[in-house]
Design a protein around this ligand. Sequence first.
Ligand code: ZN
Length: 260
Amino acid sequence: MTPRLATDRYRPSRAARGATRTALPRPGCDVLAIGPHPDDVELVIGGTCAALAKAGRRVVAVELTRGESGTLGDARTREREACRAARILGLAARENLGLPDAALEFTLPYRRAVAAVVRKWRPEVILAPLYEDAHPDHVVAGRLAEAAFFEARLKKIAGGEEPWFTRLLFFYPCRTYRHPTLVVDVTDVYAVKLRAMNAHRSQAPSRSFRAAGYNDVFASVQVRDRFFGGLIGRPYGEGLVATGPLPVTATDQLFFKGCP
Ligand SMILES: [Zn+2]
């Protein structure tokens, strides 16, 4: 059975709605950011999303699960927090597929559900969690995104939406390190990222949790962003991994701007 899409209560800001009308005549986006849980996009690539939105790009976040099995928070709280974070980042839209948390599987119905989302939003670029990760949901989410990237373009796969060919797929490493193909300089929007991250208040471990050995994920995020920034000589950065060669169709593309 194909899972039903959960209704989304997030309403984009007026600026983001304006961008909707001017950028594309129908629901669509430039970048589709796929997250296994309600906070992954914000914590790992929130700066990239904020920078894209600031540049006038339409960014849509899709969470696969509600994070109901997480140690901290509950589904309803996390939904509220994700709405707030999306508004802070300037996302054009966000939605949640409501697939089971801590029980994601690489199944045909889930592949089709993610492919349907790709067809619905028609992104130029997909950002998805790297499938090498300690959390099994992240592993599966990366694989589902990779499958959807391909399957969304297949004409003979049934679905309400027309096939869609996304040009690029990048993975974002969450809990593991992979040397990045690209590092996005997020220095100028880092304050926005921090606000979006802090919107997920339920995920901040209390002092007693930290004393019990729980990782302070918010602190880890900032250390990682400093590290990735350092790789390109900037204060803050977010790493993206491409698993295939990146096309250069105009030689100007070889002259990356802002390299130290
Ligand atoms: Zn997660």
